[in-house]
Design a protein around this ligand. Structure first.
Ligand SMILES: Cc1cc2nc3c(=O)[nH]c(=O)nc-3n(C[C@H](O)[C@H](O)[C@H](O)COP(=O)(O)OP(=O)(O)OC[C@H]3O[C@@H](n4cnc5c(N)ncnc54)[C@H](O)[C@@H]3O)c2cc1C
Length: 460
């Protein structure tokens, strides 16, 4: 297949991924003497921090996504190809993709991260994840389908499992989604399901470590826990999920929580591509880069954002997987690429930590700023809304999100509870096109050893 990219007198910079890093880099190269070729498997940029709001019906899916071609309309040096990237052929400076090979002079990998199931096959097969818009829509449909099903059953154990929701992973995503589900239980479900005894519905947040929001301050950790307690979320710390099958989430060999709804938010791996030097790939599939974002052992291949493992003096375990890291690295790399083209020496990257925040529910959020500043509650919540609103791409998206949030705030309820995408786990196909059910039939029962289970709090 021919990718039909025009020949240019300028060097070609190929960027894989239009997430936070790739998007910013391509924008910063608008006036540079390069041809920018962006490749992504989706034709939209996805604002991941608000995925949980799509999953819980607070926001429409298309208010957190924006078409790539619309973002770059008018940028003369920009070309987009929608394709799945399969690998890198370093010897020929080409990228192997589902639409054919693409030659590069400089390659930038901004492929983000993938859910890490820590090798627990039963969880990978049966739990829901929240990394993409289809994931979020599936989760929303699945939870509401299970509520409908709960009305029909007379078996108390089955009803309990259909109503219970277990969120695994006490990082920002786990905290945000369990808080949002608890609000739905309080404000939305009593009106929608008056026949249902909602005292039967339990929301569990299970975390392997000793605290929620691992990387945040102790004050934020304690405030978030207190907010969730007040909302009736059952937080279980120091609890590692071991196995999930037949509607039972096992946290020891014999003890389990009955649930048909498990949301796995317990960790992520980098999304490295085949063809890179093995020595550069870390244990959690990130790509080791130097302070210029250059991939270890390479001169014209770079990685930014979640997929890049950059160790700095301040952060010897690597920079966190956060949107501002990806954006700052992108802006810095754009300047460095231009320095390289001018024959100058690139400059070292320095991360400017602007703080972290997590929302728990309406009027309740926790915020940690540099120099130990911590605030919470209504002020934290307003800051969270404001920052996420200005970061959303596109005026329409900002307006739609604002209207949806205002509606939810004043009506105490999420607007979007349609099951427009009926979801059946058994219909999910893996990369090779096999259905999960066929795989399940072919897979012997999984028996994890305790050492196979490790779930550090995720960065979200
Ligand atoms: C639910 C959730 C909540 C989060 N909340 C926060 C938050 O509140 N604050 C915060 O700072 N961070 C948050 N994060 C993390 C933040 O979203 C990431 O740090 C950020 O998206 C990283 O940007 P990136 O450019 O490295 O990758 P991404 O934004 O993940 O983009 C990667 C892109 O690469 C494309 N891609 C990947 N592999 C291929 C391939 N092989 N072929 C073609 N295309 C490919 C993908 O389609 C995607 O568009 C959250 C993440 C999640 C999942």
């Amino acid at each position: 297949m021919d990718t039909n990219l025009p020949v240019s007198a300028h060097p070609r910079v190929v960027i894989v991924g239009c997430g936070f890093g790739g998007l910013k880099l391509a924008q910063e190269l608008a006036d540079a003497p390069v041809q920018v070729v962006m490749v992504d498997r989706n034709n939209y940029h996805n604002f991941q921090p608000l995925l949980y709001q799509v999953a819980t019906g607070a926001l429409e899916a298309d208010s957190i996504a924006y078409p790539v071609r619309k973002i770059f309309a008018g940028q003369k040096n920009f070309f987009f190809r929608m394709a799945d990237v399969k690998g890198v052929a370093k010897a020929t400076n080409t990228l192997e993709t589902s639409i054919g090979d693409i030659r590069y002079d400089y390659l930038v990998l901004a492929t983000g991260s993938l859910t890490n199931f820590f090798g627990i096959e039963s969880i990978e097969k049966n739990a829901m994840q929240i990394k993409s818009i289809p994931n979020a829509l599936n989760l929303r449909s699945f939870i509401f389908q299970n509520f409908e099903q709960a009305l029909l059953t007379t078996d108390p154990e089955e009803k309990q499992a259909l109503l219970n929701i277990v969120v695994v992973g006490g990082g920002p995503t786990g905290v945000e989604i369990s808080g949002s589900l608890a609000e739905m239980r309080k404000h939305v479900l009593p009106n929608d399901y008056p026949e249902m005894d909602l005292t039967q519905m339990q929301i569990f947040l299970v975390e392997a470590g000793p605290a929620l929001l691992g990387p945040m301050s102790k004050a934020s950790q304690e405030d978030a826990k207190r907010y969730l307690d007040e909302l009736g979320v059952e937080v279980r710390l120091n609890t590692a999920m071991k196995k999930y099958e037949n509607g039972r989430a096992y946290y020891s060999d014999t003890e389990f929580i009955p649930t048909e709804n498990m949301v796995w938010a317990a960790g992520v791996n980098g999304s490295a591509l085949p063809g890179l030097p093995e020595a550069a790939i870390t244990r959690n599939k990130r790509i080791t880069v130097n302070l210029w974002n250059q991939v270890q052992g390479e001169t014209n291949i770079f990685a930014i954002g979640d997929v890049a493992n950059m160790v700095t003096e301040e952060m010897p375990r690597g920079l966190p997987m956060l949107a501002p890291v990806a954006q700052q690295q992108a802006a810095h790399l754009a300047a460095n690429l231009q320095r390289i083209l001018r024959g100058e020496t690139p400059k070292d990257f320095k991360y400017l930590d602007k703080g972290v925040m997590a929302i728990v529910s309406r009027n309740k959020a926790v915020v940690d700023l540099p120099k130990g500043v911590h605030f919470k509650g209504f002020l934290g919540w307003l800051s969270w809304l404001f920052i996420h609103l200005i970061l959303l791409v596109g005026f329409r998206n900002k307006m739609v999100a604002l209207v949806d949030w205002a509606f939810s705030y004043f009506s105490s309820g999420q607007a979007l509870r349609l099951i427009i995408r009926p979801f059946n786990k058994r219909d999910v196909k893996d990369d090779k096109g096999k259905k999960a059910a066929e795989q399940a039939a072919a897979t012997p029962e999984y028996n994890p050893t305790p050492s196979a289970v490790q779930q550090p709090a995720s960065a979200g």
